[in-house]
Design a protein around this ligand. Structure first.
Ligand code: ATP
Ligand code: MG
Length: 586
């Protein structure tokens, strides 16, 4: 017998290659961890870290997570799982004004929904960047002490204008050569609330002539008199993202800090900062390292929180969990599943090259997963009556239909056949077009799981609309009985007894944007919104769905995959279409 390969959450990629090399070279074997994040003296009191690697997923709680975040979640949590490491959930809440508890809770729910948690070896690795404000403040002070940071009293405008360009160096600030003592005094004043927003910033002192603009003395602390969702009014200065992020990683003893490609230019500053803090005795070796991968770009959607916030605030959708939204709560309500997202992230892989993934790739993954997991039921989306003339009024007969065609162990359900049925309008044509094999006068079709019928005509109202299709059934043709296929037919249609059918409302969702790259040609992505992204209609459901409840998922035969909506009740059934059986856009 051969050894089974270790189960991995994802196929190999360049980040895995780095991790494997690091583990092999013993880069982390001496690394210490003292139960929770902290600086060098804290971790030095701890033991050798049991986690082989530490990654983190660092959302800003200023909105709900979207499908792009799912890629990052599967990557970071998946790597930790595969290499016996820990993945931290860190709320990057250094921007006081836009963040709140609703988003924190939403993000936690989303990650759990995708099947991950942040526990490792009895530690719950759920952290808030705001918990490190004190340590970040001392890190800034240490830079001032070592002459690597100064308080700049120039206006934002002046600072911007003196940064130079890609081809010309920047100009030194008049405050750049201030002594540490003076800078410390000013920084303390900033903290104490003595100064107004925008009057001064703390800047790292690096190189105003650096070819990398991010190293031209970037701002690291700003004044902001704003209430924070956790620290409330304790602070009126807040660290800039580029300063906060590397420190957060280091305090948490992160080994691989994985981010999207936009941050590639920030890596030199990330490394510069951590090296200084190592020299200043605040941090330990080995320092975290940043690795960049290509963000997910998906056609027909926007994956940017700023834009999603705009869609919600302008009421262009019905909230964050609108099933048309590319948010994870929207996707969940739409019927997309964690298994589908897992398959999707495996399929698209992780690379360093930006590209667009076609939305149909995501839909295909959902179809594949739902095809396996969904029981089958019948729904008539556009009902028209079919009357079987040669059956008596009170006729009733059970027909057997499998719950899942490929899983006989799931058994069968019974559907009542009666004289009057609902069928799809599209399954009848008075004058058939070429290659139309369904109901038309004189033609024979099978009523799925029931009998073969011969269409005898139709009835119309005074305006000429077809209101009833007429037919006669052929005895001895019932599905599953001997000789049932003595008569060969090309059409096979679904139906529901009008006597037993349930009423429901369905929302047929389509893409939220009608353009492949929203906003690229039109310049404003809002102009690309698909005005027909949802159609609501009254439908009929098979009687076995009488107890359907929110989140139940089924394949409606010949139509696609559907989910019972969150707001559905037993006397007001609401159903959402997740995805059609086949791609109608291709
Ligand atoms: P947005 O640009 O939508 O506002 P963000 O990057 O500001 O997203 P964060 O909450 O800061 O949102 O993101 C948390 C993590 O998710 C980051 O590490 C970021 O790299 C990752 N992430 C965000 N968008 C994508 C995407 N489209 N594809 C892959 N990863 C992403
Ligand atoms: Mg961000």
């Amino acid at each position: 017998m051969t050894n089974p390969l270790p189960t991995k959450t994802m196929p190999s990629n360049f980040i895995r290659a780095v991790i494997e090399k690091n583990i092999e070279s013993g880069r982390f074997t001496e690394k210490k961890w003292n139960g929770k994040p902290g600086n060098r003296s804290h971790h030095n009191k701890g033991l050798i870290d049991k986690a082989k690697i530490r990654t983190r997923f660092p959302p800003e709680p200023n909105g709900y997570l979207h499908i792009g975040h799912a890629k990052s979640i599967f990557l970071n949590f998946g790597l930790a799982k595969d290499y016996n490491g820990a993945c931290h959930l860190r709320f990057d809440d250094t921007n006081p004004e836009k963040e709140n508890e609703e988003f924190v809770k939403g993000i936690i729910d989303n990650i759990k929904w995708l099947g991950f948690d942040w526990n490792f070896n009895n530690d719950s690795n759920l952290y808030y960047a705001s918990d490190y404000f004190e340590l970040m403040y001392s890190a800034a002070e240490s830079l001032i002490h070592s002459g690597q940071a100064y308080v700049d009293k120039q206006t934002a405008e002046q600072i911007k204008n003196s940064r130079g360009t890609l081809t010309t160096p920047g100009k030194d600030s008049p405050w750049r050569e201030n002594q540490p003592a003076e800078n410390l005094k000013l920084f303390k004043e900033m903290k104490s609330g003595k100064h107004e927003d925008g009057t001064m910033v703390l800047r790292a002192k690096i190189n105003m002539a650096s070819p990398n603009m991010n190293l031209r003395d970037p701002a690291i602390y700003r004044i902001k008199h704003a209430k924070h969702h956790k620290t409330e009014s304790q602070w009126c200065i807040y660290p800039m993202y580029t300063f906060a992020h590397p420190i957060e990683d280091a305090l948490e003893s992160i080994t691989h800090s994985i981010c999207t490609l936009e941050f590639e230019d920030q890596r030199p500053f990330y490394e510069w900062l951590l090296k200084q803090l190592l020299k200043n005795d605040l941090l330990n070796e080995p320092l975290p390292k940043q690795y960049e991968f290509a963000r997910l770009n998906l056609t027909y959607v926007v994956l940017s929180k700023r834009r999603l916030i705009e869609l919600v605030e302008k009421n262009l959708v019905d909230g964050w969990d609108d099933p048309r939204m590319p948010t994870l709560i929207g996707a969940k309500r739409r019927g997309y599943t964690p298994e589908g997202f897992k398959l999707f992230t495996e399929r698209i892989g992780v690379s360093k090259a930006d590209s667009w993934i076609d939305y149909s790739t995501l839909e295909d993954c959902m179809r594949e997963v739902l095809n396996e997991s969904s029981n089958r039921r019948v729904a008539v989306l556009d009902p028209l009556k079919l009357v079987i003339n040669n059956l008596p009024e009170e006729f009733e007969e059970d027909c057997l239909a499998p719950n899942h065609p490929k899983k006989p162990e799931l058994g069968k359900r019974t559907i009542k056949l009666t004289k009057e049925l609902w069928i799809e309008k599209a399954d009848f044509m008075e004058e058939p077009e070429k290659k139309y094999f369904r109901l038309f006068p004189g033609n024979q079709v099978r009523l799925r799981y029931g009998y073969v019928v011969t269409c005898t005509g139709c009835e119309k109202d005074k305006d000429g609309n077809i209101i009833k299709v007429l037919c006669e059934y052929l005895p001895n043709t019932k599905s599953g009985t001997p000789g049932s296929d003595s008569i060969k037919v090309k059409g096979n249609i679904h139906w529901i007894s009008t006597k037993y059918a349930l009423d429901a409302e369905v929302s047929l969702y389509d893409r939220l944007f009608k353009s492949e790259h929203p906003g690229v040609k039109s310049k404003n992505y809002l102009d690309d919104i698909n005005p027909e992204s949802v159609k609501k209609t009254k439908i009929k459901l098979e009687e076995n769905l009488v107890n359907i409840k929110p989140s139940d998922q089924y394949q409606f035969e010949r139509h696609g995959y559907f989910i019972c909506d969150l707001e559905s009740t037993s006397n007001n059934l609401k159903i959402n279409r997740t995805v059609t059986l086949r791609d109608a856009w291709k």
